[in-house]
Write a protein that binds this ligand. Structure first.
Ligand code: GLN
Length: 200
């Protein structure tokens, strides 16, 4: 953990659709202030952003209004952003199963709904490089990360595929960390947000 800033970090949670409330609660438990982001101007002044789980195709439809997609694409190039599940799909460089538009910000390929019907929702506990021992991961119609580019650090895996990754200011999880009672993933993101804030 690094030094606490004088002012709480202000982290946005994209709230067009999906599981945004639980993220806002965890951010507040960790001492950050959250703002639900529904319009491009809601991105102004944020220290970081979470793209939650939900349905990426629906989110894309909303994002294609008001130039929101283009704003978000510029935003994630400069500011720490964490995509969970559908949010990870939005951040990815390539999306398969089927192919769809994405922000192309994080050098990974994801395959949507890749874990099959039988086990498409499950809870697993697996090793992680985050301090504090194994990590519970809740998967809901999860994508699989099928490729990671050279700058991508793998923080946790499931059956050999990365489930939690980080590259520079960007993070992605194919699971829902906001549904487990373990704040480590959000804390890791807030540490990135703080490092970025004090470096600019
Ligand atoms: N299957 C969803 C999609 O493709 C993602 C599921 C989730 O976010 N839990 O967008």
């Amino acid at each position: 953990m690094i030094a606490t800033p004088a002012k709480p970090l202000l982290v946005g949670v994209l709230a067009l659709q999906g599981a945004y409330d639980a993220h806002a609660r965890i951010l507040s438990d960790l001492g950050a202030t959250s703002r639900l982001v529904r319009l491009p101007q809601d991105l102004d002044g944020l220290d970081g952003l979470i793209l939650p789980g939900g349905e990426s195709t629906t989110m894309l439809k909303f994002l294609e209004r008001n130039g929101f997609f283009d704003c978000l694409q510029s935003y994630v190039k400069t500011t720490p952003t964490f995509g969970t599940c559908a949010g990870a799909i939005l951040l990815a460089a390539q999306v398969e199963g089927p192919a769809q538009r994405s922000l192309g910000a994080l050098d990974i390929t994801v395959q949507r709904n890749a874990y099959g019907r039988q086990i498409d929702s499950s809870i697993l506990t697996a090793e992680t490089t985050l301090a504090g021992g194994p990590l519970e991961m809740v998967f809901i119609r999860a994508p699989r990360i099928t490729r990671t580019g050279p700058g991508v650090e793998i923080l946790a895996t499931r059956d050999g595929s990365p489930t939690l990754v980080r590259s520079g200011n960007l993070m992605a999880a194919t699971f829902h960390p906001e549904l487990s009672h373990d704040p480590r993933v959000h804390q890791f993101f807030l540490d990135l947000v703080l490092q970025h804030k004090i470096s600019i």
